[in-house]
Design a protein around this ligand. Structure first.
Ligand SMILES: *Cc1c(COP(=O)(O)O)cnc(C)c1O
Length: 349
């Protein structure tokens, strides 16, 4: 879900951008009008996420998935290793890609607990000299999120924040690179935002095809080739909405309230609904649950749909139910779901 004011402003200005007589998506990405939107978007992002000076913000295509390949290709030279913490589907995908490129050590695998928790600090030991440690900030499919990032003994963190970027603040010390596909919490699909430390840019390989080179994207302010201008503009509108909502502190508080409402309902249902995730690792963005009687699942989705509650099916790889309550989902939306879940339980109890 995207913020309604952002969608409405995009709709209103799509044909004639601020009296220019043409659509922003028709303009040259090297023209003054687009350039202003581009730079304002970077500045807003930096301001809202308090990005320190030693980082650069990049807009890259290929979604989060291209970053799974681009990161190891840029940073793992012969003999280099990176550490991976396997917490679910997305961390595993990143690890698979990196294994094709260099030494990708698995330092923890949540398989034995069916990816229902994040590791504890004492379960982690990092490879000395590892170039980076990859972690997935929020596992979108499993509904598992790091409450806070681990102490990585000086190994820089590369964090996949595709499904929780801009949902909370986090400490920047020890971060080497953060990336996020835009389509979950920010804008339409078509882009990844990458926040990369300048020493990482300097260390990235330059003997790669142009699009895979962080240094080229950085030098050209993400205008090395044509950026996805509509997605950048939509990101701009969402960022303005975040500011109007009071910024990340206010959003985090709201996100916590939204998630708590659902988790409390699930926990109080006497096992009618079950969330398999360890409490300390529960996601504020993706709340997953199973019905004790899974024969009722189809009725659950059908009746929900009739109430205007859609998109509640769990990811096809795991089944069950999932409510993705990203930033733009208002409290009323979550309340409507909670009310429906209570009613459903009464009716089919
Ligand atoms: C959706 C998602 C991805 C993949 O994003 P694309 O932009 O589709 O490549 C990667 N990581 C996480 C955590 C995701 O939720």
């Amino acid at each position: 879900m995207l913020p309604l004011p952002a969608l409405e402003e995009a709709a209103q200005k799509l044909v004639d951008f601020e009296g220019s007589g043409m659509s922003l998506v028709e303009m040259s990405h090297r023209g003054k009008v687009y350039e202003r939107v581009h730079n304002e978007t970077i500045a807003l992002f930096r301001e809202i996420l308090t990005v320190p000076n030693e980082f650069q913000v990049l807009f890259l295509q290929g979604g989060a998935t291209l970053q799974f390949a681009m990161i190891p290709m840029a940073f793992l030279r012969a003999g280099d290793a990176a550490d991976f913490i396997l917490t679910g589907t997305w961390a595993k995908k990143a690890h698979e890609d990196a294994s094709l490129v260099g030494r990708a050590n698995i330092i923890w695998d949540g398989k034995t607990s069916k990816y229902t928790r994040m590791p504890q600090q004492k379960e982690l030991s990092f490879t000395s000299g590892a170039r980076y440690v990859h972690l997935c900030s929020n596992e979108t499919i499993g509904g598992v999120q790091w409450a806070s990032y681990p102490d990585t003994a000086g190994v820089p963190i590369v964090a996949d924040m595709s499904s929780d970027i801009l949902s909370r603040q986090f400490p920047w010390n020890n971060i080497g690179l953060v990336f996020a596909g835009t389509q979950k919490n920010l804008a339409p699909a078509g882009m990844a935002i990458v926040v990369i430390r300048k020493d990482f840019i300097a260390a990235a390989r330059k003997d790669l095809p142009a699009y895979l080179r962080y240094d080229l994207h950085a030098e050209n302010n993400s205008l090395y080739n044509t950026p996805p201008t509509f997605t950048v503009w939509a990101t701009n509108l969402t960022l303005k909405w975040i500011k109007s909502m009071g910024g990340l502190e206010a959003l985090e508080r709201l996100n916590r309230e939204k998630a708590t409402l659902l988790y409390d309902l699930i926990d109080a249902s006497g096992g009618y609904y079950k969330n398999p995730v360890e409490k300390a690792s529960r996601s504020l963005m993706n709340v997953v649950w199973l019905l004790d009687d899974d024969g009722l699942e189809d009725d659950f989705f059908k009746e929900a749909e009739r109430q205007g509650l859609s998109g509640l099916k769990g990811h096809r790889s795991v089944g069950g139910c999932r409510a993705s309550i990203y930033n733009a989902m208002p409290m009323e939306g979550v309340r409507a779901l909670a009310d429906f879940m209570k009613e459903f339980m009464k009716k089919h109890g």
